[in-house]
Design a binder for this molecule. Structure first.
Ligand SMILES: Nc1ncnc2c1ncn2[C@@H]1O[C@H](COP(=O)(O)OP(=O)(O)O)[C@@H](O)[C@H]1O
Ligand SMILES: [Mg+2]
Ligand SMILES: [Zn+2]
Length: 369
């Protein structure tokens, strides 16, 4: 069984962590100075580098090369060669303890943890506790943890990771150094996927790649897992059609063409295009969502062209250009269409015939008055 892509391509140095420049910089500087904190809180969307950075801290804190080679220490990176680095990479280190708070949420688990915190590390210099999904801990567990965070032994480092920062009590967060991981840009996802595609000698069309990246919605992990699934499904040659059927979404070109018909009030073409999409077996509810998302962006660009700056994060350049072109066709009349499509969308989700509400909304809006 080959290694899952997301594990094989997990960054092994801070320099390889993409799109979190400020966090990386601060952690590297702390590593160089030997002044890592005793408790960190990593917040942010899934698949943006929280666990990855936590393991990097564990390696930097325990790397043997760093402790014996002062020159290497100034790199602020782990060596990835010594016993400690390798044990951590392989998940074998007894001194790096990862706890999934979603399934270990109670006071007993935190008591065990407290026991373990007191004991010295076995082979490493630091014991690193990575508590994932930390917001899932119970109130009692948080209270127990709080005492430990107030007076941690000098060998302990805690890293709490969460996707829901607002659920972490202030008493806890105020005792940690906090970092907010950003949703990553589409562009950086495309770049990393391109690197993986080259290294694995895959054949993935441009459009297929764009759809994989867009479906990941700012998560490297989702993009890499999807690529994994596609490889087991289609082998080394991945087409747009493969991705479309895997994610149940149509590619950008089809979507954009469809919206173009709407914006130019071409009713016949709209109906034909919709029918061919339905016959292609695409999920029409998802398709309506994508059309709405597209129209929303077009509307926003029409009424505030400066928003293109923001969309640069979510879209590849060619697609953004296309949206901007479409925004010149957008009129108040299409605002009404957006409302009609939202209605259709809520009816479609429970309908045996999802195409009907969608078709009716389009005809109602586009027919000649
Ligand atoms: N900032 C990043 N740069 C490069 N790859 C990343 C980044 N964040 C996540 N990944 C990829 O996604 C996978 C999962 O990332 P992880 O750090 O576990 O995410 P999470 O934020 O959910 O803890 C990693 O193995 C890596 O391949
Ligand atoms: Mg994680
Ligand atoms: Zn090392």
């Amino acid at each position: 069984m080959p290694l899952a892509i997301y594990r094989k391509y997990r960054p092994t140095t801070f320099d390889d962590v993409i799109g979190q420049d400020l966090i990386v910089h601060i952690l590297q500087e702390a590593a160089k100075r030997g002044s890592l904190a005793h408790a960190y809180l990593f917040a942010g969307p899934r698949g943006t580098g929280k666990t990855t950075s936590a393991r990097l801290i564990a390696k930097v804190a325990n790397c043997k090369t760093r402790s014996t080679d002062p020159k290497f220490r100034t790199s602020g990176e782990p060596c990835n060669q010594c016993d400690e680095c390798r044990a951590i990479d392989d998940g074998r280190s007894l001194d790096v303890i990862e706890i999934d708070a979603a399934s270990n949420r109670g006071i007993d688990e935190i008591r065990n943890l407290k026991e373990s915190v007191r004991l010295s590390p076995t082979t490493a210099t630091h014991k690193v506790f990575i508590i994932d999904e930390a917001h899932m801990l119970t109130k009692e567990a948080f209270n127990a943890l709080l005492k430990t965070l107030e007076e941690p032994p000098s060998h302990a480092i805690f890293i709490l990771a969460t996707t829901e920062i607002e659920k972490i009590p202030v008493t806890i967060s105020s005792r940690t150094q906090q970092f907010y991981f950003k949703r990553v840009s589409l562009h950086s996802i495309v770049e990393k996927l391109n690197h993986i595609i080259k290294t694995e000698s895959l054949l993935v069309s441009h459009e297929a790649l764009d759809l994989i990246a867009a479906s990941a919605e700012g998560s490297f992990r989702d993009a890499e897992s999807l690529l994994d699934q596609l490889i087991s499904f289609s082998g080394k040659n991945i087409t747009l059609h493969d991705v479309e059927s895997m994610v149940g979404k149509v590619g950008f070109e089809k979507l954009s063409k469809f919206v173009g018909f709407i914006l130019e009030s071409k009713l016949e073409e709209t109906i034909e295009s919709l029918s061919s999409i339905a016959e292609g077996g695409y999920n029409l509810v998802q398709f309506t969502k994508d059309v709405l998302q597209y129209l929303r962006r077009v509307a926003v660009l029409k009424f505030n062209p400066k928003m293109s700056k923001l969309f640069e994060n979510e879209l590849v350049a060619d697609h953004l250009k296309q949206l901007i072109a479409h925004s010149t066709h957008f009129t108040d009349h299409h605002l009404k269409l957006i409302k009609q499509l939202i209605n259709a969308y809520s009816q479609m989700r429970y309908s045996q015939f999802p195409i009907i509400p969608l078709e009716v909304a389009l005809i109602e809006n586009l027919k000649k008055q």
